[in-house]
Design a protein around this ligand. Structure first.
Ligand SMILES: Nc1ncnc2c1ncn2[C@@H]1O[C@H](COP(=O)(O)OP(=O)(O)OP(=O)(O)O)[C@@H](O)[C@H]1O
Ligand SMILES: O=C(O)C1=C[C@@H](O)[C@@H](O)[C@H](O)C1
Ligand SMILES: [Mg+2]
Length: 165
């Protein structure tokens, strides 16, 4: 979900494993040459999703092991879910819409949440996406009530356990 901690936790994991970290949102902004917010306003969400698919596929094709923070909506396209399942270990950072709304109270950068009732928007997004996140994830780490560092440690433990079993 937007605000679930993908960028924060992704950076922590990359440091822990001495791997490169790529935030797909940042890679997209480099590719389009403006902010995602402006791109949404100018070109619309559908065009954004096409660019997101292109950038994500290119990142997943990299031979180097990399920690990737996807955009929150990457799972909406079946092609992205397929690519993720095939080329990555996927972690779903689950967090309740109420907790995310609290974290992002002062945020102005996430275009989907610039609405009168961001909590309702998060509840709607969660209802649509939760099954898709679960479909594509190798495992789910529940983040509500935990600090970002605690969540990152749980994710690291799950992945490291998987690699030694
Ligand atoms: N487990 C956590 N507990 C409390 N705050 C957190 C936690 N995880 C992340 N945060 C805070 O929530 C905010 C959003 O986190 P972050 O930017 O990492 O989310 P994101 O999933 O990358 O969002 P987006 O999909 O919009 O890119 C940040 O201010 C971050 O410090
Ligand atoms: O949840 C979403 O659909 C989005 C999340 C962000 O990471 C960006 O990819 C963009 O703002 C769309
Ligand atoms: Mg992010």
């Amino acid at each position: 979900m937007p605000g679930s901690g993908k960028s924060t936790i992704g950076r922590y994991l990359a440091k822990r494993w001495s791997m490169p970290f790529v935030d797909v949102d940042v890679a997209i902004e480099e590719h389009i040459g403006c902010t995602i917010r402006d791109f949404f306003a100018k070109e619309g969400e559908s065009r954004f999703r096409d660019v997101e698919q292109e950038v994500l596929a290119a990142l997943l094709a990299r031979p180097e092991k990399t920690v990737v923070a996807t955009g929150g909506g990457a799972v909406l396209k079946a092609e992205n879910r397929q690519e993720l399942a095939e080329h990555a270990q996927v972690v779903y950072l689950s967090a309740s819409p109420h907790e995310i709304a609290k974290r992002l109270q002062r945020d102005t950068q996430r275009p989907l949440l610039q609405v009168d009732n961001p909590l309702q928007r998060l509840l709607d997004l969660h209802a649509i996406r939760d099954p898709l996140y679960k479909e594509v994830a190798d495992f789910v780490v529940a983040g509500s009530g935990l600090s970002a560092t605690q969540v990152a440690q749980r994710v690291a433990m799950q992945i490291e356990l998987g690699q030694h079993s």
